[in-house]
Write a protein that binds this ligand. Sequence first.
Ligand code: ADP
Ligand code: ASP
Ligand code: MG
Length: 405
Amino acid sequence: MLIVQKYGGTSVADPDRIRAVAEHIVRSRHNGDDVVVVVSAMGKTTDDLVRLANDVSQSPALRELDMLLTAGERISIALLCMAIIDHGEPAVSFTGSQAGIVTDTTHGKAKIIEVKGDRIREAIAGGSVAVVAGFQGVSTTRDITTLGRGGSDTTAVALAAALHADACEIYTDVAGVYTADPRIEPAARRLARVSYEEMLEAAASGGKVLALRSVEFARRYRVPVHVRSSFTWEPGTWVREEEPMMEQAIISTVTHDVSEAKVTIEQVPDRPGIAAKLFRSLAEEAVNVDMIVQNVSAGGHTDISFTVPKDDLPRTLKVMETIVAETEASGFRHDTGIGRVSLIGAGMKSNPGVAAQMFEVLANEGVNIEMISTSSIRISCVVQADDVERAVRALHKAFALEEAS
Ligand code: ADP
Ligand code: ASP
Ligand code: MG
């Protein structure tokens, strides 16, 4: 079997952890599997590098920031290879560029366009473990790029797809995908399996375990993903295709996210083309707009609210200044103190009343709902950030997620 194994930052945080990971890789080889490894930067290295850049420059040039951040993963690939080689197993490290991970030119959140992987295939064919730096690639204009925070997951699943691997194992500091973030809800239960669709909604609504793009790749190329612990090595959660005959849990997980801010443009004229203009301008600045709510118009004017990642807020506010001037809106405001809680579950499709129950639970907790959005298998509410953890616990309890379903 060919397995892609990805190790996150905490899994390789120090020399002991790197040696433990190397031992596991060697065990997998001794079991007869071919192994391609994707590794993240050690511990909080990426955060430290971001801070360093901000200490040096008020707005670090994006090309140079990518060059800096990719250094973190370069350190871990080299160290991990040394530790594997110490066990007598051949191992070769590759940067994203050497692995042939070709991206577009959007620094900081580049999209993978192609995975060449020739050198990886050669390394495996020669009996070596290939260790690839996560979260990075080389652009079509030959600059070094990064895939966005948490992007090593994406590297791993994209490689698994390109190499037709039998599975992609994502090793992390929790034993799988839980019914809620176990750090917030200690009674959270590990799910044995979750569908691509549910995982996509969970990742898109802030569930941190897997990066959104990695789930998109997994679904598109039908890569079975196994999320598991690099501390206990026990079997974790399989993310894969839904089995049509399976009884679906109404709710599989509660997610939360406090990384977004809410922006409201006030009193814009209610006429065709205004929303198009606003969101086109934001798209041109590569702002990822998420939830959008337009209020009922009064007197020919309306408010439009939307959420954006806090990282995109400075760019968003710049766009807003121009838009307000161009559209004769009365102004705009923003709130960085918001958060989002979401319920996700494939069984929602056939069970009405989930939204009503969610709103009742939040009301009983005295949590005010500021925005609502839904898909066929998700309901999200924007609330004040201070209420998020309480809301997660209340919802987890109300929907009886701690009990095995
Ligand atoms: P890594 O560094 O290995 O990529 P991450 O920090 O990106 O790890 O993701 C793992 C973390 O995701 C866990 O430590 C956990 O706190 C958080 N998390 C959030 N929601 C969930 C969930 N539903 N199930 C499991 N972990 C979750
Ligand atoms: N090191 C990068 C980050 O911290 C990528 C990753 O860990 O997936 O975001
Ligand atoms: Mg991660």
